[in-house]
Design a protein. Structure first.
Length: 308
């Protein structure tokens, strides 16, 4: 058999395995939304996905691993939709409105699953704590990037206060949509929130408000990557993290790779990072074909040569 044919066959097998994993996640999210997490069995998830119960354990160690992966998948899907809206290269205000609308549309798609996640007492340990921390960090940088694109230097010390108020606007509508089942014209939400953000910023500037919270007041980790080709580096690290969640590997290995990303972020955030340490961390990704591009981009941005 020719090498190219063998590689094609292996590639198709990997695609089929990833498709099965996605089928399980989609089936589980659907069942959890209807029956709840605790009332849904692994057998029911497998049956809904058209996959054997034994095959379930090829992808997930337990039901807890499954729900943690499902939540990571949900967040990854939101991030990808926001990123797609961002890539339309619209004017800053219109772009932010489009990104918020993409977020709201996805909320409506999986509203029942979110209600279940909020209402049921699901114990899934530190993995979710890490995901929540990751989400907070990425949301901060996402909002900062958009706010600075719209208002530039006009807001100066009011930047963090503006981020907090934008977060409050989005989270407020999130709760009314998910918890109280309020229906609204989804396509109008993004532009409406951006106009309210304009009102907030103009009000603060008109009154010469003093900042309640500045960059100096927030944890160093939020500003860790600023000033180091931060936008591109942050985006590349996010892509790396997103791709890791989609790898056809067991949950333990994926968790280990996610831990390496966290260590990489910590090292990059240091005033004087250690090239040898970063080389060692990037070596974990270099041999994985799906992660090679991001690995090379990070090394280039940091001016660090990859280990052979």
């Amino acid at each position: 058999m020719k090498l190219s044919s063998k590689l094609d066959r292996i590639k198709k097998q990997v695609i089929r395995m990833n498709e099965k994993k996605m089928k399980l996640i989609e089936a589980g999210m659907k069942l959890f939304a209807v029956k709840g997490y605790h009332s849904t069995s692994i057998q029911e998830i497998a049956t809904e996905a058209g996959i054997s119960k034994g095959a379930f354990y090829l992808y997930f160690d337990s039901k807890e691993d499954f729900i943690a992966t499902a939540l990571q998948y949900f967040y990854t899907q939101i991030s990808e939709r926001i990123d797609k809206a961002k890539q339309e290269k619209l004017p800053p205000r219109e772009s932010l409105a489009r990104q918020i609308t993409a977020f709201i549309n996805y909320l409506y798609t999986y509203k029942e699953f979110l209600i279940m996640s909020l209402r049921e007492n699901i114990s899934i340990g530190q993995n979710i704590d890490k995901l929540v921390h990751q989400m907070k960090m990425e949301n901060y940088h996402w909002m900062r990037e958009n706010i600075e694109a719209i208002y530039g230097n006009k807001i100066n010390d009011l930047l963090v206060d503006t981020i907090i108020q934008l977060e409050g606007l989005i989270n407020g509508y999130f709760k009314w949509i998910v918890i109280d089942d309020i229906h609204m014209e989804k396509e109008k939400v993004g532009a409406f929130i951006v106009r309210r953000l304009d009102d907030v910023v103009n009000g603060m500037l008109t009154r010469n408000e003093e900042a309640l919270i500045t960059i100096k007041n927030i944890p160093d980790s939020y500003e860790a990557m600023m000033g180091k080709d931060s936008d591109e580096l942050s985006e590349t690290l996010l892509k790396l993290q997103t791709k890791i969640t989609k790898l056809n590997m067991d949950y333990t290995k994926i968790s280990q790779l996610q831990e390496v990303v966290k260590e990489l972020e910590k090292e990059i955030s240091k005033t004087e990072h250690r090239p040898i340490m970063i080389q060692g961390l990037l070596a974990h990704f270099k041999q994985i074909p799906e992660l090679k591009i991001e690995c090379e981009q990070i090394s280039e941005l940091l001016g660090i040569e990859l280990l052979n």
